[in-house]
Design a protein around this ligand. Structure first.
Ligand SMILES: [Zn+2]
Length: 196
């Protein structure tokens, strides 16, 4: 059973409380919206849950907390400029608090320089099939949005571009948004072959 959403577990400091207007980011925002919709349509974002992000020159853009992956708008994206993983403070530009799972995104970008995008969703089917498909699964279940779940993820991250957070959800990575999306689709094709 999924943990009940209780909000972000870090403090958000707004460097600028305005929509991210950089035209360089507009293309990435459009791409993330596209893949978020696809995830929702495929049943990988129950009740709109999940979050998507892409690396930028100054940090990363991520969907807002409690955003609905099925109908994200450009202004629902927040740029995380700095993530203090110990003090649990995120410095952002945007109108909303970033995804409650932003610490995980920050941790992955910090650990893997070649990761440019992260798609995170929730799917009972993927969780159930992960062992059969040889998909790495974190060792222990941890509460969402906490440093503990970030540590669990980083422990198994290595060079994998797809892994499962135990009893929680999946994470797809890629050098680009398109590559992360393609990785997710590749895993779904593998899943369709073993699903009963
Ligand atoms: Zn999640």
């Amino acid at each position: 059973v999924a943990e009940i959403y209780v909000g972000t577990k870090f403090r958000t400091v707004f460097v600028e409380k305005s929509p991210i207007s950089d035209t360089n980011l507009a293309h990435r925002v459009r791409k993330l919206i596209e893949w978020a919709r696809k995830m929702s349509a495929l049943g990988l974002a129950p009740d709109g849950s999940g979050n998507v992000s892409a690396r930028t020159a100054d940090g990363f853009i991520v969907s807002k907390t409690a955003g609905n992956l099925g109908n994200l708008l450009p202004e629902d994206f927040v740029e995380v400029r700095e993530a203090d993983m110990e003090g649990l403070v995120l410095r952002v530009v945007g109108l909303f608090e970033p995804s409650s799972e932003s610490l995980m995104h920050a941790g992955i970008y910090a650990a893997r320089a070649n990761v440019g995008a992260i798609l995170h969703g929730h799917s009972e089917q993927i969780l159930a099939a992960a062992p059969m498909l040889g998909i790495p699964v974190t060792a222990r279940e941890q509460p969402y949005g906490t440093p503990k779940i970030v540590r669990e993820a980083l422990e198994i991250l290595n060079l994998h571009n797809f892994f499962v957070l135990r009893e929680h959800g999946f994470v797809a990575l890629g050098t680009t948004i398109e590559a992360a999306g393609e990785e997710l689709m590749r895993q779904l094709r593998r899943l369709s072959k073993v699903a009963v």
